[in-house]
Design a protein. Structure first.
Length: 293
C-alpha cells in the first residue's frame, strides 16, 4: 500500500517537476554558465572569459547607476508600501460593513498585472491631459506641470510610486490578517489602563504585528529586486538610464545590446542578492516563531 502511494505521488509530481526543472532550474544554471562567457546570443562559437564579466561591473557606470537605483527602490519599498498598508489596515479594521467596501476598493490594484498598472500611471503622468497635471493647472500651479516620466530627476520616483500603489494593497491585506489574530483582550486591557489609541497602536498592536511586518517587508524587498514589467512599460530604464535597476539593465544588456554573457553575470548578481535576502527572511521568521511559541 505504501509503495503504491509513493508511485502515485511520483506520477503526479513528475510533470510539474519536469516543467519546473525545464523552465526554472535549467535557465538558472545556464545563466551561471553564460556569465563566464562572451556569448552574444547568436554565434555558435564564443569564448570562455572566466570572471571578466564580473570584473567589468566594478568599472561599468551603468551598473553602478543601476545598483544605486535598486538601493533607492528597496529603501522606498520598505517605507512606502509598509507604512501605507499598515495605516490602511489600522483604519479599516473592524469598522463595520462600510469598511468591507473600502477594503475591496483598496485591494483592487493587487488584482491587476504590473504591466496594466504601468499603463494606468502613464495616463496619470501624461503631460497634456494626465490627472496630475490637470489638477495642478486647475489650482493655478501650471508651472509645476511637467512631463514627469521624461525628466531624469523624476522618472525613477514616478515608477516607484506606481509600483508602490499595488504593493500597498498587498501589505494592507497581510496586516489585516495579522490584526485579526491579535487578542482583543490585550487591547481592551491597555485601554482600561488608560492608554490612548496612539499608545495602544505603538505599544500593543505594532509589536504583535511583527510576524506580518516581516512578511510584508520581505515581499516588498524581493518584489522590488525583480520589478521589471512596470519599469519596462513606463520608462524602459530611461530617460538616459535614470530609472534603470538591475533587472532592467540585465534585459537591456542581454536583449538590446546582445551582450548575453554580461547580462547573465548581472542576472547572477541579482539572484545572489535575492538569495541572501530570502535566507535572512527565513532566519528572522524562525526567530519570531520561537519568540511566540
Amino acid at each position: 500500500m505504501a509503495r503504491t502511494r509513493y508511485l502515485w505521488a511520483a506520477a503526479f509530481l513528475a510533470l510539474p517537476l519536469a516543467v519546473y526543472i525545464f523552465f526554472v532550474i535549467l535557465p538558472l544554471l545556464s545563466s551561471f554558465y553564460y556569465s563566464l562567457t562572451d556569448w552574444n546570443g547568436f554565434d555558435v562559437d564564443y569564448n570562455y572569459v572566466g570572471l571578466e564579466n564580473f570584473q567589468k561591473m566594478f568599472t561599468d557606470r551603468l551598473f553602478r547607476n543601476a545598483i544605486g537605483n535598486t538601493v533607492i527602490w528597496m529603501a522606498l519599498a520598505i517605507v512606502v508600501p509598509t507604512g501605507a498598508g499598515l495605516t490602511l489596515a489600522l483604519t479599516l479594521h473592524g469598522r463595520g460593513r462600510l469598511s468591507n467596501f473600502y477594503k475591496s476598493l483598496f485591494y483592487l490594484p493587487i488584482s491587476l498585472a504590473l504591466a496594466v498598472i504601468g499603463q494606468i500611471w502613464i495616463w496619470i503622468y501624461q503631460p497634456d491631459w494626465g490627472l496630475i497635471n490637470t489638477l495642478l493647472r486647475a489650482i493655478g500651479l501650471d508651472h509645476l506641470a511637467v512631463a514627469w516620466l521624461a525628466r531624469p530627476q523624476f522618472a525613477l520616483i514616478c515608477v516607484i510610486i506606481a509600483w508602490a500603489w499595488q504593493q500597498t494593497a498587498l501589505a494592507m491585506v497581510i496586516f489585516l490578517a495579522g490584526l485579526t489574530s491579535i487578542p482583543t483582550e490585550l487591547i481592551e486591557a491597555a485601554e482600561i489602563d488608560g492608554a490612548n489609541y496612539g499608545q495602544r497602536v505603538r505599544s500593543v498592536i505594532i509589536p504583535l504585528l511583527a510576524p506580518a511586518s516581516i512578511v510584508v517587508i520581505a515581499l516588498a524587498v524581493i518584489n522590488s529586486l525583480k520589478s521589471f514589467d512596470v519599469l519596462y512599460v513606463m520608462t524602459r530604464g530611461g530617460p538616459f538610464h535614470s530609472s534603470d535597476n538591475l533587472a532592467m539593465l540585465m534585459y537591456n544588456q542581454s536583449f538590446q545590446s546582445y551582450y548575453i554573457g554580461y547580462g547573465s553575470a548581472i542576472a547572477v548578481v541579482l539572484f545572489l542578492i535575492t538569495l541572501v535576502i530570502i535566507i535572512f527572511y527565513f532566519r528572522q521568521t524562525a526567530k519570531v516563531e520561537q519568540l511566540y511559541d
